[in-house]
Design a protein around this ligand. Structure first.
Ligand code: ADP
Ligand code: MG
Length: 765
């Protein structure tokens, strides 16, 4: 039986497979082949040893110039010290405390490749008990033969696995392979002049020249992009094959009634997008449209118009929000905007008006029953809730449109589940305020068509952002004075903290300026938490978007100094002379839905001046009088997240102010610079691009498509735009020509593998 990608390494390399698995988790031929070199060394042009940084894992190539056995003073036995020189006069010493077996191989004149961690001893570089291979070994040992004649591949350092053993095992595998089924269609390969799969793996692991491995890498990336695009194309074709009910706009209906009622004109951008949505809704294939636009760009109005279009045409629409706070807020906002339009059948309501039903977990059973009934009977044209609720409990008589607010908490699988609720596929409109760079849109939302709102409605107030660093204690003090001034001027203030903390967190320093000099709580120093409630705060990993897991909020924590907690900061502000007279409330994910709702309502009504909260307020919250935001430990938040957060202010008639307070962060030297970048621009697309550059792809995919694909292997979304566009075009053409991939079994198998990976990823949670 031939060896292929799924073959277990054990059957190819025998006992050595255990080392690969233990050290690196490599189990199959594909695992080993896809573990790519980090870089390559050119033995013909090795850099001087003098430039080798200490403490690094290196591979060096040189010639043995001296080999001496020393009698050790402190203990019995002898030590072998071998001097290896490079052609630039640099020297490095190899030391072996057990010379046996080495002294007859490391003889002057031998060319060697050695690897290990570089140390220094008496000012000479040295490697202690390094791995090495002797090229043209006089004793005829075959190890390391692959090092001859080409570039030397250097893999990410792997403890417990000698690079030379790794290379020898890889050699066995490469020799065992005679050909590999290639997921890339031959015509695509020919057109682009790409090596086939086996050749690509050979070139990337055993290149003779730089050009070899570049070409091979490009091809592997291209394949990854191609396979993803093919999967998206097939998903799109499949869903286009499911019919949807066309919802043709009806003149003189609720849409026109709302347009008449709105106190403003739609912007040109909004008008254009509404047209695109109407064109989609007219068709008998389901709409899959992603609507992206800055916070405040007027997406919600458009969504409402889309929903009313469907209601006019006899259908129902569901609006799914990521959190209960947002669902309630949408309900309030939409009901107010609709006025009599949403009072169908009620006194003073519009004759042919509709109803808006809200479903939340914190409703009373009676309220919930009423809402469910209104939804099921079709009396409510619009149903609003969190996706969990709507997915699990609601029956919709005539679901025609699903609007998803903030896609990054809503993955493909949830979309599928909802789609399954209606006999015919509903149209889907997804709104996101996180601007999505083109490559991410194509890779993550490639099965959707994108609309973008670029202009903000007129009258939008600018937001000014300042970075306040903790060491400038007076500045932080001034920040709180500024907060008090804002409130006196009629504004409201958000104070955002990275964690909730415990009620009994230590006080901030007396007369504190909240910011610098935060005391370390015992937990911060790694002592075990004493109460269960604190567990959530302990060592939760830093999260980039606060949205990755679909929860209401999540504490952002990590190594470093203790971070500000909501309880602690609220207490400090109640004591601080500048702020103690302000009306202050807390908001965080550990409160019940009802409590959160009460606080949000009070804040919206202007009964609260300062809201101290976690990122629970991040998405979509709209309080026009909120003018100021103070983000504490701002360095712990991602670029896009900060941009989202500050979008909460300046939504009314007054300009917004955002203060990013940071104590600096030793483990993250780029932190302050990142904050400066956020302060320097309000262009969300620019920031999204920056974000992409500073984050790993796995995070991007994880955060934008919760529960989605497990990550990318070779592609870098920040850098590979051209390649992704090319692969997109080729893959969609391929799938359109042969939707069942009957002529492309290898591509089919690769897509199945992708599905399986995704399923496994979802099972793991
Ligand atoms: P988004 O959902 O994109 O964050 P919203 O739809 O909530 O934005 O709009 C933000 C605010 O701007 C709302 O108060 C909304 O009523 C208002 N608005 C929307 N479109 C316009 C427009 N064309 N002109 C003026 N104000 C608008
Ligand atoms: Mg919105």
């Amino acid at each position: 039986m031939g060896v292929d990608l799924d073959t277990r390494l054990r059957t190819v390399v025998g006992a050595g497979a255990k080392r690969l698995e233990d050290a690196r988790g490599l189990r199959t031929v594909a695992d080993l082949l896809n573990f790519l070199p980090r870089t390559y060394l050119d033995p013909a042009r090795s850099t001087s040893f003098r430039e080798i940084p200490h403490g690094e894992d290196v591979v060096v190539v040189g010639t043995v110039t001296e080999a001496v056995l020393h009698q050790m003073r402190a203990r019995k036995g002898r030590m072998l010290v071998v001097t290896v020189s490079d052609e630039f006069g640099g020297r490095i010493k190899l030391t072996f405390f057990k010379p046996f077996g080495h002294q007859d191989r490391l003889v002057p004149g031998a060319r060697v490749v050695c690897s290990g961690q570089v140390g220094t001893y008496k000012e000479t570089l040295q490697l202690t008990h390094p791995d090495y291979a002797v090229l043209d070994d006089p004793t005829g040992k075959s190890s390391g033969g692959w090092l001859l004649g080409g570039l030397v591949p250097v893999y990410p350092a792997t403890p417990r696995l000698s690079p030379i053993v790794h290379g020898d095992l890889l050699d066995l595998v490469l020799h065992a392979l005679t050909d590999l089924p290639d997921p890339l269609p031959e015509d695509v390969r020919a057109r682009k002049g790409l090596p086939d799969l086996l050749e690509a793996y050979t070139l990337v692991h055993r290149p003779r020249t730089e050009a070899d491995h570049r070409r091979a890498r490009w091809r592997l990336k291209y394949q990854e992009a191609f396979v993803i695009q093919a999967a998206l194309a097939r998903a799109r074709l499949a869903s286009d094959a499911t019919p949807a009910v066309p919802r043709t706009p009806v003149p003189g209906g609720l849409v026109d009634a709302l347009l008449d009622r709105l106190p403003f004109e739609l912007t040109d951008g909004q008008r254009a997008v509404l047209q695109e949505i109407h064109d989609d809704l007219r068709r008998d294939v389901p709409m899959h449209r992603l609507l992206q636009g800055e916070v405040g760009s007027g997406k919600t109005v458009l969504a409402l118009l889309a929903m009313l279009t469907v209601v006019d045409a006899g259908g129902q629409a569901a609006l799914l929000a990521p959190t209960e706070v947002l669902a309630s807020q949408h309900h309030r906002g939409i009901t107010a905007m609709l006025g009599p339009i949403a009072e169908g059948g009620m006194l003073g309501g519009m004759d042919n008006g509709t109803r808006v039903a809200l479903l939340t977990g914190s409703q009373s059973a009676a309220e919930r029953r009423k809402a469910l009934l209104a939804a099921a009977s079709g009396e409510a044209g619009i149903v609003i809730g969190t996706h969990a609720l709507i997915q699990d409990t609601v029956q919709l008589a005539e679901l025609g449109l699903v609007v998803v607010d903030e896609q990054h908490r809503f993955g493909v699988e949830q979309r599928d589940a909802l789609r399954a609720k209606a006999a015919l596929a509903p149209h889907v409109l997804v709104m996101t305020a996180t601007p999505i760079p083109r490559t991410v849109a194509m890779t993550v939302y490639g099965d959707m068509t994108t609309s973008t709102l670029r202009e903000l409605p007129r009258g939008r107030q600018p937001i000014t952002t300042h970075v306040v660093t903790g060491e400038k204690e007076r500045w932080v003090g001034r920040a709180w004075v500024r907060v008090a001034e804002e409130v006196r001027g009629g504004g409201q203030v958000y104070v955002v903290c990275p964690r909730i903390g415990a009620e009994d967190d230590p006080d901030l320093p007396a007369g504190s300026t909240v910011g610098p000099g935060l005391p370390m709580s015992p937990r911060g120093q790694g002592a075990p938490a004493t109460d269960t409630d604190a567990d959530a705060d302990a060592d939760a990993p830093a999260i980039e978007d606060g949205t990755a897991d679909g929860g209401d909020d999540e504490d952002v924590a990590g190594p470093g100094p203790q971070l500000h907690g909501v309880h602690q900061v609220a207490r400090a502000l109640r004591a601080l002379p500048a702020t103690r007279d302000l009306r202050l409330e807390e908001l965080h994910g550990r409160m019940t839905g009802e409590e959160k709702d009460r606080v949000m309502r009070a804040f919206s009504a202007g009964e609260v001046d300062v809201l101290v909260s976690t990122t629970v307020i991040e998405v979509g919250v709209d309080v026009p009088d909120a003018t100021t935001m103070v983000v504490l430990d701002a360095d712990r938040f991602g670029i896009s997240q900060l941009h989202q957060l500050r979008g909460r202010v300046g939504r009314g008639g007054r300009p917004g102010l955002c203060l990013l307070v940071t104590q600096g962060h030793e483990g993250d030297p780029g932190a302050v610079e990142r904050l400066q970048q956020v302060a320097a621009t309000t262009d969300g697309f620019e920031l999204a691009r920056l974000d992409l550059e500073t984050r790993r792809e796995g995070d991007v995919l994880g955060a934008t498509q919760s529960g989605g694909r497990s990550g990318l292997r070779f592609l870098r979304l920040a850098r590979d735009e051209d390649l992704i566009v090319e692969a997109h075009e080729a893959a969609w053409a391929t799938v359109e020509a042969d939707p069942d991939l009957a002529t492309l079994p290898a591509l089919r198998r690769e897509l199945d593998r992708l599905d399986a990976e995704r399923a496994a990823f979802l099972e793991r949670g």
